[in-house]
Design a protein. Structure first.
Length: 37
């Protein structure tokens, strides 16, 4: 599993989750779409 996120430190610390995917060898599946790494 892979989680892609951004962190905003100012003025308050906030983490934004952009996507969650399943990693299989050299590919990751996010929302049913396959991306090569």
């Amino acid at each position: 599993m892979r989680v892609y996120y951004d962190i905003e430190e100012e003025p308050d610390a906030v983490v934004y989750i952009n996507a969650v995917g399943i990693k299989e060898r050299n590919q990751v599946r996010i929302a049913g779409e396959i991306y090569d790494l």
